[in-house]
Design a protein. Structure first.
Length: 328
């Protein structure tokens, strides 16, 4: 569908005729600069043919004027309506990428994978469902940094999450939970009218950073930032060695007490994910706790078309100029 942004400009189409009628005609020279002795020998029909042949530049100029006005109206092609829900929620994911996340105690499709791979697998589907939310991604290890700023582009957040790897922040296997929360506060506090939510996933305790997790939780509560914390890691796994099989707890360093305190202080909730199934259930629960927007809006993409009539008008003007120079 084509739409004219300023259709009223088409009312100027008869302007050249109006100006010709209002303005005085150019005075005709008393004596011709060039005499054609045999002009009188031409019959009436021949004179009429010459006159009609010289009339085509007038029609060409009129068509160029119409194309120029059409370009000025700014014609646009309107695409099909695209559904877009806007919830007004800013949702930030903070994912632990420290060295302990390489522990392979999760199973996806009967294959043992590390914790970060399990998060990518489950969180990717969660991101795809968050229609209408602005999403962001923070990665933290020894340091915390913003990997993806807030955006409606869920595909980009999903892609960059899958491109993250263990140790992307630092080779040191320490964890800075407090700094990750502080960075989320800094990035979200500028959005005054939005509902601000942080989902923090970690498998350890705070061992680095300048800001303690509890202090960061107090600041988050002051800025109305709700935090959902998720503790990652199995309670026990079987380890085979030369001395036989023994059970070990790979989540011994998980500070559940602090993660619970962070969630309670900000009005969120603490979840425990010991396997892939529990992690998937947690994200489904988060969908219920922070539902996506039901009311949808529609917009139609616009493509500018003015350059087509404008180019044609310039081409016709060039042809008229060349013809005038030839006659001169």
């Amino acid at each position: 569908m084509i739409e004219l942004y300023w259709p009223w400009l088409l009312s100027l189409l008869p302007l050249p005729l109006i100006l010709r009628w209002l303005l005085p005609a150019r005075a005709v020279a008393q004596q011709a600069a060039l005499k054609v002795p045999f002009l009188d020998d031409l019959g009436p029909s021949e004179t009429r043919v010459v006159s009609s042949e010289r009339r085509w530049p007038l029609w060409l100029a009129a068509f160029a004027w119409a194309c120029l006005l059409l370009a000025a109206t700014r014609p646009q092609w309107l695409g099909e309506p695209i559904e877009q829900a806007v919830s007004g929620r800013d949702l930030m994911l903070a994912v632990d990428v420290s060295g302990s996340m390489q522990e392979e105690d999760f199973i996806i499709g009967k294959q043992r994978v590390d914790r970060l791979t399990a998060i990518k697998h489950v969180a990717g589907d969660f991101i795809q469902r968050r229609v209408g939310d602005r999403l962001g991604l923070i990665l933290f290890g020894t340091q915390a940094y913003l990997h993806v700023p807030l955006t409606f582009d869920r595909k980009t957040v999903q892609t960059l999450l899958h491109e993250a790897f263990i140790g992307i922040t630092e080779d040191d296997p320490k964890t800075s939970i407090g700094d990750a929360i502080g960075l989320a506060i800094k990035r979200l506090q500028q959005q005054q009218d939005a509902s601000r939510v942080l989902i923090l996933l970690t498998d350890g305790a705070n061992t680095a950073g300048e800001l303690t997790p509890l202090k960061a939780a107090e600041l988050a509560a002051e800025h109305h930032l709700k935090i959902y914390t998720i503790g990652i890691g199995a309670d026990e796994v079987l380890v085979r060695s030369l001395f036989g099989t023994r059970r070990v707890n790979p989540s011994a360093d998980l500070d559940e007490k602090t993660l619970t305190a962070i969630a309670d202080a900000t009005g969120g909730h603490y979840f425990r994910a010991r396997n892939t199934e529990e992690l998937e259930k947690i994200y489904l629960m988060l969908d219920q706790l922070e539902p996506v927007e039901k009311d949808k809006q529609y917009f139609r993409p616009r493509s500018e078309l003015f350059y087509w009539p404008l180019g044609l008008a310039l081409l016709l003007t060039g042809c008229l100029t060349l013809a005038r120079l030839r006659w001169s």
